[in-house]
Design a protein. Structure first.
Length: 517
């Protein structure tokens, strides 16, 4: 398992040095392609005991192009080919070069041509026409020169592989950050960070803990808050089942990194300490991850630095949206108080609309937008005179006309803003009295010409209003509400929405308990 917390900045110097992986003694694969058996024997004899960068050689032998192609298909990390030109055909070696570069699209492997018949393939024309890295006559390749050739070729191959690893790592990091950036909540963000971290440096298990800023100076007992976890089947587990108390050994590891304010390595475990630009301190814990390579360490450092920025932006975004929601509810409740409606109506309409939007299959972003904007549906009532708004009896024809103007007034109030919540609220305010059969107002829209957010809010509004006491009526019982909603199926309301609501009626009715008047 492992543990993660969002943010930044630089891995501690000592930790970074201790975490650089020792180079494993994995052999360099060298492929000798030549139809002369003696060439293979001499090459093995001369290169016996050769090492470069702490790694020995593994020499593979092919006696013609077909054998060479077999090795190339089976081995994915051949560093160098020592290739004869004339084998089963005069140009067999050159044809193999084209096969490697054009068919296999392998431009990393180093290719050195060795020929005993330089006149068949002149050096200048071959180097000009073929993507090879060196051209040698067999007579000039003494033991010293062959060793020198290998040092140069392997150094070049090593550097190419390193650049490729950095490129692939950067590509993975960009993809990971792109996925993380799409998260719209802290919990989703935390899970996305962990999931992409595992992909980034090939880890399977991780957890995400946060050191609360308020407790940052409590050195003896910092308070850790688990934000997300992966591995051991926990990524889909109920957060209520997550551990609340850390094992003593894990707590000690986290505390050491927290107190030292730098990343720590402990065997195969890693604890990263990061501080955001706003001062919050976070810990990344990875267990059984092995010794991280220098490349993975750098990727981890860059990834967490970018995640820190994204996390702070997300928190700021959530704070702004929370403020917007509070303002929306405050504005809506001011209208409710004028019309003497019940206090929980707006919150229930928002919750019902959210559930309906989810059940309808809208994407999460659209669901959230409808949830936030739905309480603005009746904001235009602020412009309706009290005598009409709060009349206990049935409206006269002229009063009905006045009352119906609240849809357009709400639209005009909200549509002046360029913010997406207000724009969506304007559409809902304008269209929430339109009806599926076209008999509604103000434009007589019908069917799917009515925006889905307005169709949803219309049903949510009526469903809750029927169960609420108003100045002109008492609250209806559930059976009467269901009968009225059924009566409006296909005329007032979209049939599919009615079916969705009635299929989960107890859940929708329970919202009155969750958001009482």
């Amino acid at each position: 398992m492992g543990l993660l917390s969002f943010a930044d900045q630089h891995l501690g110097g000592e930790a970074a040095h201790t975490l650089v992986a020792p180079r494993a003694a994995i052999a360099w694969d060298i492929l000798v392609v030549d139809d002369d058996p003696e060439v293979h024997g001499v090459t093995r004899l001369v290169l016996k005991g050769f090492e470069y960068d702490g790694r020995p050689l593994r020499i593979l032998s092919a006696h013609d192009s077909n054998e060479a192609k077999h090795f190339l298909s089976e081995e994915n990390d051949i560093a160098l080919i020592l290739l004869d030109v004339v084998m089963e055909r005069d140009m067999a070696g050159l044809d193999l070069v084209r096969y490697i570069r054009e068919n296999l699209q392998n431009h990393d492997i180093r290719i050195v041509l060795r020929t005993g018949q330089p006149g068949v393939a002149p050096e200048d024309s071959v180097i000009r026409a073929y993507d090879i890295n060196d051209y040698k006559s067999k007579t000039e390749l003494t033991a010293t020169k062959l060793n020198t050739l290998l040092y140069a070729a392997l150094r070049s191959y090593r550097d190419i592989c390193l650049l490729n690893n950095h490129r692939r790592g950067l590509e993975r990091m960009i993809e990971a950050l792109s996925e993380v950036a799409q998260a719209r909540s802290v919990s989703n963000f935390a899970s996305a960070v962990l999931g992409q971290l595992a992909n980034l440096i090939n880890l399977s298990d991780a957890q995400y803990w946060n050191v609360l800023t308020a407790f940052a100076e409590v050195k003896e007992s910092p308070n850790y808050r688990l934000l997300a976890m992966t591995g051991n089947g926990m990524e889909n587990a109920d957060p209520a089942t997550w551990p609340t108390k850390l094992p003593a050994t894990l707590d000690a590891k986290l505390r050491r990194a927290f107190d030292a304010k730098q990343s720590q390595a402990d065997g195969s475990d890693y604890v990263g300490f990061f501080r955001t630009t706003k001062g919050s301190e976070n810990l990344l814990y990875l267990s059984d991850c092995g010794v991280l390579s220098a490349v993975n360490l750098k990727l981890l450092e860059l990834y967490c630095a970018n995640v820190a920025v994204a996390y702070e932006n997300l928190l700021l975004h959530e704070e702004v949206e929370d403020s917007q929601r509070e303002l929306i509810y405050t504005l809506g409740e001011a209208v409710e108080q004028r019309s003497k409606e019940t206090g929980g109506h707006l919150r229930r309409v928002a919750a019902i609309s959210q559930m309906l939007a989810q059940d309808y299959g809208l994407d999460p972003g659209e669901v959230e937008l409808i949830r936030i904007a739905a309480p603005l549906h009746d904001v235009g009532k602020i412009g309706i005179p009290d005598a009409v708004l709060n009349k206990p009896g049935k409206h006269s024809e002229s009063e009905t006309v006045i009352m119906q103007t609240h849809a357009m007034m709400g639209f005009e109030m909200l549509n002046k803003s360029d913010k997406r919540i207000m724009k969506r609220g304007a559409v809902i305010a304008l269209q929430h009295h339109e009806k599926w059969d076209g008999s509604g107002y103000p434009a007589g829209l019908s069917g799917e010409a009515i925006d889905i957010s307005a169709r949803i809010t219309a049903l949510a509004d009526v469903f809750d209003a029927l169960g609420s006491k108003r100045c002109y009526k008492e609250a209806w019982d559930p059976q009467a509400i269901v009968a009225e909603i059924e009566h409006g199926r296909g005329t007032h309301f979209e049939p599919r929405l009615v079916a969705l609501l009635l299929s989960r009626l107890p859940d929708y009715l329970n919202l009155r308990v969750l958001y009482p008047d």
